[in-house]
Design a protein. Sequence first.
Length: 222
Amino acid sequence: MAEPVSASSPVLVIGLGRFGAATAGELDRLGRDVLAIDTDPDLVQKWAERVTHAVQVDARNIEALRQIGAQEFSIAVVAVGTSIEASVLVTANLVDLKIPQIWAKAMSATHGRILRRIGAHHVIFPEAEAGHRAAHLVNGRMLDFIEFDDDFVLAKLYPPKQIRGQSLRQSQIRSRYQVTIVGVKSPGHEFTYAEADTVISDHDIIIVAGIPEDVERFAAQR
């Protein structure tokens, strides 16, 4: 189990491909100090002014990691691109450096199992997760879809006709569809929490929570 760390702890991001760069950039936008490293000097130069620090380092070399102070970080993200061997070696180096939280990108289920076995605390499957999400969006009327590990999802969609013009109490959504509407957005307004007396209109967008099968079934209503 990963050790808890401060929400303001600096983050070490290894690999500045699309996933690593997006992670580093968003962390910087959120106000986190980021040390981004890559072996490609062009990528390092590109990101030097976009994150706190960017350094050209080969993270497969544990001594090189020590020289930049990687062992002082509480959180590290292994965003190495297409080389499973490099990903595994970098992750093993971070484990040896006793980084409390290691997040590692995996390219397959087998790759993910290896990363977990050598000590990665969190394994991320960005391509698989993006594909899974896209399938749900293409399959139904959903505008967005987020699935959590414990078989629970949040979906954004236009409301089925059967519940429009009624309050949530009247439509009895929980008993009829086994889902919960947690938020509603009317045109020109921000999302608000849904309550029993909230009336869903033709032009609203709703946020629905539940297990995937029930949310898919609800979204497919016409």
